[in-house]
Write a protein that binds this ligand. Structure first.
Ligand code: DP6
Length: 349
């Protein structure tokens, strides 16, 4: 088989959110979600099978020189796999999670060879914007191809889901729906036709803030938040209304339902015990700025994920004006426009 493959995947931002699992092992969500894959925020990953995988210029890492910077998680590595992200070798929990994912790929392909994984992000890893979605979508694509598997787009989406739920959506470009389903086979993403040229503006409120992972944040919300069932109930109607708004090219309706869905998710998080609180003072300032920009007549609706940054839904035709209006109101915040991005792309076809 191929032994080596390279794939690129882009981050996605959900308009109707995924928050909470029905099955933790298979990563089956409690609700369906809808997202936009973004340009500019990507992960490119090369997977090489075999013990002789440490070969070369394009892998370009001096392991010795890098040792001082190595990930110092206390968990011992469980496999012979090697993981290098942005030139830095990772061990501990990051390697464990990736090795466990590669075990799935190995089982599917009937092989037991260790792998070397070399990954590069266009946004620094750990900055709060590099996402597990682009990482696991790229790893699923490169890993399965290097293992000799030839998965359908749906099969690839299901595999990526096992690494990180939101990764199943990054297999596809543009607007994407993840059908919650009820088992491994029925839980996958697929593209949603959308005639609107949607854009997302990222307001970087804070980078480098050590946050609770979405994995544990969502578990705690499901287990302890009295508001969680209400958010899930509302989510079903939100999804119907969002898809209807997309079909009618009604950006205002899509924006309203997206903003309400995200704020409702955060309300449920904050009601967890103890609270899952990602908000910072500048988060609130940014939410008010988005509302002010909207009141001034521009299309702009906010959404937030498992961190303090605020993202803004608009369309490509208004994005630069909205971004400038936000910069004027939020001095000190980096404001970046992202248009819709492509699905997973393999190097050499
Ligand atoms: C708030 O996909 O990172 O961004 O499945 O545990 O890896 P795991 O979680 P993850 O959660 C993303 C949550 C979110 C909302 C969303 O992207 O839908």
């Amino acid at each position: 088989h191929a032994r080596r493959a390279t794939a690129t995947a882009h981050a996605n931002i959900a308009l109707i959110k995924y928050w909470g699992k029905a099955d933790e092992r298979l990563i089956i969500p409690r609700s369906s979600s809808l997202s936009l894959t973004l340009d500019g925020l990507s992960t490119t990953t090369t997977v090489t099978f075999g013990n002789d995988a440490c070969d070369g210029a394009d892998n370009g890492v001096a392991d010795g020189a890098d040792a001082a910077a190595a990930d110092t998680d206390t968990v011992a590595p469980t496999s012979g796999d090697t993981l290098i992200i942005d030139g830095r070798r990772h061990e501990g929990t990051a390697l464990q999670r990736v090795a466990k994912f590669m075990d799935l790929v190995r089982r599917m392909a009937g092989i037991d060879t260790p792998v070397r994984i070399v990954s590069r992000n266009t946004v620094p890893y750990g900055a709060g914007l590099a996402s597990s979605a682009s990482a696991f979508a790229a790893l699923a694509a490169a890993g399965s191809r290097a293992a000799g598997l030839d998965l359908s787009p749906r099969g690839l989406s299901r595999l990526a889901r096992r690494g990180s739920g939101s990764a199943c959506r990054s297999v596809f470009g543009g607007l994407v729906q993840w059908h919650a389903g009820h088992d491994d086979e029925s839980s996958y993403a697929e593209p949603v036709p959308c005639a609107m040229d949607l854009a997302i503006i990222v307001i970087a409120v804070s980078t480098g803030q050590k946050k609770l992972s979405s994995r544990s944040g969502m578990r705690r919300t499901v287990d302890t938040s009295p508001l969680y069932p209400a958010w899930i109930d509302a989510g079903e109607r939100d999804m119907r209304e969002a898809l209807d708004a997309v079909a009618r090219q009604d950006l205002e309706k899509l924006g309203e339902v997206s903003e309400a869905n995200a704020l409702g998710m955060h309300a449920a998080m904050i009601a967890a015990r103890p609270a899952v609180l990602y908000w910072m003072p500048q988060t609130v300032a940014a939410l008010h700025a988005v509302e002010a920009v909207r009141t001034s007549g521009l299309p702009a609706w906010s959404t937030m994920d498992a961190g303090p940054n605020v993202k803004v839904l608009t369309d490509a035709g208004h994005a630069q004006r909205v971004a400038q209006a936000l910069r004027d109101r939020l001095p000190g915040c980096a404001v970046q426009v992202h248009r819709r991005g492509p699905g997973v792309v393999m190097e050499n076809g």
